[in-house]
Design a protein around this ligand. Sequence first.
Ligand SMILES: *Cc1c(COP(=O)(O)O)cnc(C)c1O
Length: 448
Amino acid sequence: MGDIAGKTKEQWVEEFPLIQELIDLKETDWFNPAVLPAKEGLAKVGLTVADIDDAAARLKRWAAYLVEVFPAAHRTAGILESPLACVPNMQKAISERRGIDIPGKVWAKLDSHLPISGSIKARGGVYEVLKHAEDLALEHGLITLEDSYAKLNTPEAREFFSQYKVAVGSTGNLGLSIGIMSAQLGFQASVHMSADARQWKKDKLRSHGVNVVEYESDYSVAVAQGRKEAESDPTAYFVDDENSPSLFLGYAVAGRRLAGQFKAYDIVVDEDHPLIAYLPCGVGGGPGGVAFGLKTVFGDNVHCVFAEPTHSPSMMLGVLTGKHDEVAVQDFGIDNLTAADGLACGRPSAFVGSRMQYLIDGYYTVEDDQMYRNVALLAENDDLFIEPSSATSFEGAFHVVQNKEYRERAGLTDEKLANATHLCWITGGNMVPEKEMASYVSKGQGLL
Ligand SMILES: *Cc1c(COP(=O)(O)O)cnc(C)c1O
């Protein structure tokens, strides 16, 4: 009775009073004093720069194929990368609304505009499917590493892949990425969708010939069902969002690409010019992988902070208690119901929490209404249209600026913050149907 990873709820709250704020659904933050210098923290991840090199090289091998099959990948020559945008009007708007100055410059990383699925999942999700397809194609002699992978865009190759299944459990965006990419290659794709998943995502997948299985329950159940179905079938491959090194590495490639974009805009990241990245977090793979990539490139000069809904602070709970996937928000009576459908993961990834905890500076929570307000403000001020999940990233700068204890520990003095680049990771939005997007914006306007 009431047993949460060996303790009662009351015992947990007594040990970590912050948990009461989470239970009360208050917007709050926690900056982890156990964070280590980048070098030490990276040594605990169990993956290396060589692993990211390998993932980047694999994505490059697939570029010729992606150009052939996705018109949206033409302009980037088959490299799935997103624009970087300075959002000075948004910076002013959010700072005026809160009455707090944000020193430095606010930028947005527009993964909302990634080809194929319009979300950060086009990094990890697409990568994992491509890796699986490459493994099969190499093993069966369809290609060699030196071939142009455009060769795989033939009826014969699709026929070959159609003997195999790919399955995944998702709140929506991961399913879109995995489903669209798998179906394009010829795989039989099954996407197990949690109750949060928006109808348009299911419709879109079905239009691509993907088998969509719907659940009345949340993400963990959809994942468990997908995993179970795939286990009993030797031709099936399950993309395990809660534990996948492949997904993680696909996300991590973002770090080195960003370094190139920064160069183009003359953005300096060094000891006197910190980079602070605000990453919306669901189960943790996306933000965890990106943070890993950023840390390998920028080391101690980048500070990664995760954003979660007040209704689903799973990663914060997992790291704070040290129990990772042994605790779920529902254990504490938190309902996991939020407009941020991409972040509605009640139980965090153990893979990410245990490996990345020493490299993530902090965590903060955001109310749903605040997400809608930010969606509206960004649309009005900088003409960018994003999902509520993504809008959590704009709240991070306040938490950093106001937290003296953390700033002292991280060496973020007034002088350094004045030179800071605040990078708000915009994790999704471009494929949301116009009518649905208009309803997000008008809801936000009504709240402003
Ligand atoms: C999936 C998702 C995230 C977070 O990624 P996780 O791997 O679940 O932590 C953030 N934003 C959007 C829009 C997403 O779809």
